[in-house]
Design a binder for this molecule. Structure first.
Ligand code: ADP
Ligand code: MG
Length: 270
């Protein structure tokens, strides 16, 4: 499977009105207990993400990226602040409404693909539906075509490469037609060529299906695919910038090194 064949696997499906309003992140604060200490993982982060925007969240290890993504996804509750998705304050929802909302509105992708080893690629994609979620307008076959893996439908994960497994995980995240695709270091365990294929796929989902995509990464090569980069440092939003000002990933990397990594040393211990 080449990047070209992924790029050319076009589909005529038009997305629903998913993501018709921006994602709003207001003043998010989250502390974690670590032994007898408390770590301020996020300290008053606010941001706005527009419909069909592709945003990368960058920052050093421990800067709060995963915490922010988990708060947006409603996996973790904030100590302060709120998150609004399509006008709904996800941070005020509790189960079962929270689970229902999450299943419908949010597709999650992680570094470790988290596929079920005994299920075929097709059934792994269908898993959210088999678990009681609703299926969106995209059929499994359409999703398999979209990710360029029609011929792998009956393969089990151990017969698929890392890049193919991650494409299946992305298709699984899209089966219920979520407004938001949230990915936490999705290319972290892939080689650089495969990583670019995954980035191209996420960009196509934005371009062709109007998805809003938020990807956590510390790789400038990945961030370069986004429209905008939000940079976290020590649990705070340090800066944000548009990627189009950079001619290539090297230029983005140089800027990132200079501005971001010049100071700061981890989350605040209270
Ligand atoms: P990143 O994804 O940028 O590497 P994280 O959001 O995972 O950073 O973590 C930010 C800070 O919060 C780190 O100091 C981390 O150790 C701490 N942290 C994150 N999750 C937990 C948790 N569940 N329990 C305790 N500390 C946590
Ligand atoms: Mg992380």
């Amino acid at each position: 499977m080449t990047t070209e064949s992924v790029a050319s696997s076009q589909s005529t499906i038009v997305s629903s009105d998913a993501g018709s309003q921006p994602l709003l992140i207001e003043n998010l604060t989250k502390c974690f207990a670590q032994g007898d200490k408390r770590v301020l993982a996020l300290n008053g982060v606010s941001a706005e993400v527009n419909q069909s925007e592709f945003v990368a969240i960058m920052g050093a290890s421990g800067s709060g990226k995963s915490t922010l993504l988990n708060l947006i996804a409603g996996i973790t509750q904030p100590d302060q602040g709120r998150v609004l998705i399509d006008g709904t304050e996800i941070t005020s929802l509790r189960d079962p409404a929270l689970t229902r909302f999450r299943r419908r509105k949010i597709g999650l992708v992680f570094q470790s693909f988290n596929l079920i080893p005994t299920l075929t690629a097709r059934d792994n994609i269908l898993l959210p539906v088999l678990a009681g979620g609703e299926q969106g307008p995209l059929s499994v076959n359409e999703l398999l075509e979209r990710i360029g893996l029609q011929d792998r439908a009956t393969h089990r994960p151990d017969a698929l490469s890392g890049g193919e497994q991650q494409r299946i995980a992305i298709a699984r995240a899209l089966i219920s037609d979520p407004a938001l695709l949230l990915a936490d270091e999705p290319t972290g365990s892939l080689d650089s060529v495969t990583s670019q294929t995954i980035c191209r796929l996420m960009k196509e989902l934005r371009d062709d299906l109007g998805r809003t995509v938020i990807v956590v990464t510390h790789e400038p090569d990945v961030a370069m695919w986004a429209d905008r980069v939000i940079v976290l440092r020590d649990g705070q939003k340090l800066t944000e910038f548009e990627t189009k000002q950079f001619p290539d990933a090297q230029a983005l990397a140089a800027f990132y090194q200079e501005t971001v990594l010049s100071s700061g040393s981890g989350a605040e211990i209270l």
